[in-house]
Design a protein around this ligand. Structure first.
Ligand SMILES: C[S@@+](CC[C@H](N)C(=O)[O-])C[C@H]1O[C@@H](n2cnc3c(N)ncnc32)[C@H](O)[C@@H]1O
Length: 427
């Protein structure tokens, strides 16, 4: 076996199948040879079959000027990219690479092999634990810069600690802050996340939330020009309502402040026309995926699909005016109690809170012109955003008003005492 042949020879059946394919259609992927020594770096079986079958016109790529290590690396990355490897075989290749170049950062190795840096990190820790590679103080990143790598080690880790140590963010945090406890690192991360989410003393009053009955065909004259920070809505998905998307785009272009977002949750069936209509007045920016894995799925027979996500379209009035990066996948929580008992298409408050967090700030004025049972309004109040909502149905307006009023009332109550467990989770 050549030193660049990374795995055992093919089984006789696999060998025969490869031979039959080569005889039928030739060699598709070039055999890679060292230009100077003629050694095979990749394609041992392809070459062996051609040699025994007397096939000479197969593609050969010759590579020159590679160090011994670079040849091994090439063999590994070609194998990972091309072969149907098992998980264990992939791990073997990553471990071999780590043994060759422990000084390269996880990210640099991951990028060169086409795997995730988390996977590399897990294998590195395992090799370090078994003392098969040295613990490196400085690693070299993808740009070739030396980065200090402070030791991250835990003696006799518990199951929980081990689980946390598999999270690269925890390990990075331990290294960056010189921590010895992954639990403490996780708490620091959580605490920062929570603090970054909502810290505001803003008190909302009834006057900050208005919900009224209106048909948006009429252009929504009740809402002043350039007065809204974000229009966030869950529009009707059916074909009969498609014209409303032109009205929606026109209203957004009038009432939003320059650079502000129009966020529209919609269905898949009429997406091309929805996008075209909204684009008549607004600038398309991105589509987020709102995933509903816990909500079950209906079958869409005429399209033969079972959707587990829906698009959330992101348009801008004019030019994007934000320096905040938005993560474009939202996983909806399991349906909450009120969801679809109050409205057949009711959304989850938590899911809409997540959308609002990504696109708005406390104190902002949010408009939802297809308010339905008021989900966006409740999410807005919970997160200290002001809210204007409307719906064509007087019944839904009544429900939405009651829900938003209840959310406002809940704000006036003393916040619940923090239990020792909750305290522990955020300290
Ligand atoms: C998908 S539902 C919104 C559900 C809402 N997100 C919730 O959680 O309850 C769309 C709403 O648009 C309203 N609607 C339909 N046509 C309208 C129009 N022309 N003007 C205003 N609202 C309209 C419907 O009454 C319906 O409540």
């Amino acid at each position: 076996m050549s030193k660049y042949q990374l795995f055992e020879a093919l089984t006789p059946e696999e060998y025969e199948a490869l031979k039959a394919s080569i005889i039928a259609v030739g060699v598709r992927v070039p055999v890679v040879l060292c230009g100077d020594t003629g050694e095979v770096i990749d394609g041992h079986h392809r070459k062996a079959i051609c040699d025994t079958e007397g096939i000479t016109d197969y593609p050969v790529e010759k590579v020159y000027g590679l160090s011994e290590y670079e040849k091994r690396h090439m063999a590994r990355s070609l194998n990972i990219a091309r072969r149907q490897l098992t998980q264990e075989q992939r791990r073997v290749l990553i471990r071999e690479q780590l043994k060759d170049t422990p000084e390269l950062s996880d990210r640099a190795i991951a990028a060169s092999l086409g795997v995730s840096d988390k996977t590399v990190g897990v294998q590195r820790r395992e090799l370090e634990r078994r003392a098969e590679i040295p613990h490196i103080e400085k690693t070299i990143d993808t740009l070739g810069r030396e980065q200090p790598r402070k030791p991250v080690g835990v003696i006799n880790p518990t199951e929980r600690q081990e689980r946390l140590l598999n999270n690269p963010a925890v390990v990075e945090r331990m290294a960056a802050d010189g921590l010895t406890s992954p639990v403490y690192a996780m708490r620091r991360i959580n605490k920062e996340l929570i603090a970054a989410r909502e810290v505001t003393d803003l008190e909302l009053s009834e006057a900050d939330c208005q919900i009224f009955c209106a048909d948006i065909h009429n252009g929504l004259p009740e809402v002043a020009d350039n007065s809204i920070n974000a229009l966030i809505t869950d529009a009707p998905y059916e074909a009969d309502y498609i014209e409303l998307y032109s009205d929606l785009g026109r209203i957004a272009a009038r009432v939003l402040r320059e650079g502000s977002p129009l966020i529209v949750m919609t269905g898949q069936s009429h997406l091309p026309e929805v996008i075209q209509r909204l684009g008549e007045h607004m600038t398309y920016n991105w589509t987020l995926s709102y995933q509903t894995p816990a909500g079950g799925s209906i079958q869409i027979h005429n399209r033969m699909t079972m959707p587990f996500w829906k698009p959330v379209l992101w348009y801008i009035k004019g030019k994007l005016d934000s320096k905040k990066y938005v993560y474009d996948v939202i996983t909806a929580p399991p349906p909450d109690g009120d969801c679809d008992t109050l409205h057949p298409h009711g959304q989850s408050v938590q899911g809409f809170e997540e959308i609002l967090r990504r696109f708005t700030n406390p104190g902002d004025i949010i408009l939802d012109c297809f308010a339905g049972s008021g989900t966006t309004g409740v999410a807005a109040v919970n997160l200290k955003r002001k809210f204007i909502g409307c719906d064509i149905s007087a019944d839904y307006v009544k429900i939405a008003r009651a829900r938003v009023a209840a959310a406002l009332d809940a704000q006036k109550e003393e916040p619940p005492a923090i239990t020792p467990e909750a305290q522990e989770a955020i300290i």
